[in-house]
Design a protein around this ligand. Structure first.
Ligand SMILES: C[S@@+](CC[C@H](N)C(=O)[O-])C[C@H]1O[C@@H](n2cnc3c(N)ncnc32)[C@H](O)[C@@H]1O
Length: 360
């Protein structure tokens, strides 16, 4: 059977998308694609790319789930990882033994720590501020190797200086990992977890340690290699984790056909990515279909489906911090959030913008 995205398999990205920001997708996209200059070419042939065949999405019957929002999940500084400071377009983080400086577009406010704290950095990423930029790590104190030992809540793994500014882990995900581990432990029955776009595998290791049987899928052979290394490093080699190099959508479609089912599905897709056979992943186009697929491959007593999306370049927290810095000393209150328009038909919120206001 054909994938709903088959018609879109092409070795070049859609020209209209070539300029889109690609936060966090640089690993797959940047590594497996042509150089940025080539990606920007707009030959007429590119424009003839066939329209994707969307998965037919029927409206699901039944009452909508209850809602709880806004819910802000927070990772506090801890012994394994800490965001030490941010400002002036950069962030200062502690990853295990190393203090690291990286660009952070949202940090439009000023640094809170004195310069000497920033000068103690072990590694500084000075690459292009676009995450696609080929990396330039600088090591002011002493040259460091590509990897270093890291821990998350007692799980050993390797941090790494990748040439595209990532360090092999997204620490903000820890909130999801803890939540998932709690669900697995509380279930008191065998739990099957599917981790799509799994990268270096921390979520898979957390799930396996909590007692789940895990299927980890990523398009990148290299990422799967790193994830397997992490499994060894964590002393979890005996835990049941299937490592699969595959396009996430293709894999989910196959599981649907085969009748394979999962209790928990995690999916953390990039804004733009590539499957191993050049399958194009576009967040806004493909997410509805994949989300629907994720629902279809749940067991009769599922526990959770966790989606993370990183295509948002700014958050209301960024303009909130800017406004508070700017109005320091004036008293009053800074209130921040999102402006939404409530839909008449089904009462859903359409988010149009972020806001922050100072009120005397
Ligand atoms: C944002 S990272 C996921 C981060 C991970 N969940 C974590 O917390 O460490 C995106 C991952 O998606 C993978 N990827 C990109 N396109 C893909 C596709 N079409 N199918 C499967 N994986 C893909 C990349 O190789 C990369 O490892």
């Amino acid at each position: 059977m054909k994938s709903f995205r088959d018609k879109r398999r092409d070795n070049r990205p859609h020209p209209a998308r070539a300029e889109q920001p690609r936060p966090r997708d640089a690993f797959a996209a940047g590594r497996q694609q042509a150089a940025p200059a080539e990606r920007r070419e707009t030959k007429p042939a590119d424009r003839q790319e066939a329209k994707p065949v969307p998965r037919v999405l029927a409206r699901r019957d039944g009452a909508l789930p209850a809602e709880r929002l806004p819910l802000i999940l927070e990772v506090a500084p801890n012994a394994d990882y800490a965001l030490l400071d941010s400002g002036a377009g950069e962030k200062l983080e502690q990853y295990g033994p190393y203090r690291i400086v990286r660009p952070e577009g949202q940090a439009i406010w000023q640094r809170a720590l004195p310069a000497k704290e920033w000068e103690r950095a072990d590694a500084i990423f000075t690459g292009d501020t676009d995450e696609e930029g080929i990396g330039r790590w600088r090591f002011p104190k002493a040259p460091l190797g590509e990897t270093w030992p890291m821990k998350h809540d007692g799980i050993d793994y390797l941090g790494r200086f990748t040439s595209f500014r990532h360090v092999g882990v997204f620490p903000e995900q820890a909130s999801h990992w803890d939540h998932m581990a709690g669900l697995i432990a509380a279930a008191k029955r065998p739990v099957k977890v599917l981790n799509l776009f799994g990268y270096t595998g921390l979520a898979s290791l957390v799930a396996a340690r909590a007692g789940a049987e895990v299927t980890h899928v990523d398009a990148s052979k290299k990422a799967i290699g790193w994830a397997r290394e992490n499994q060894e490093m964590a002393g979890l080699a005996d835990k049941p984790i299937r490592w699969i190099v595959e396009d996430a959508v293709k894999f989910a479609e196959r599981e649907e056909r085969r009748g394979s089912r999962y209790d928990i599905v995690l999916f953390d897709p990039p804004a733009y990515g590539r499957g191993p056979k050049g399958e194009v992943w576009q967040l806004f186009e493909d997410l509805p279909g994949l989300t629907d697929l994720c629902r279809s491959i749940l067991t009769p007593k599922p526990l959770a489906v966790v989606l993370t999306a990183y295509s948002i370049r700014a958050s209301f927290f960024a303009i909130h911090a800017l406004m508070r810095d700017t109005f320091a000393g004036m008293g009053g209150t800074v209130e921040s959030g999102e402006l939404i328009i409530r839909e008449k038909s089904a009462g859903r919120a359409l988010s149009t913008s972020l806001f922050s206001r100072w009120v005397a």
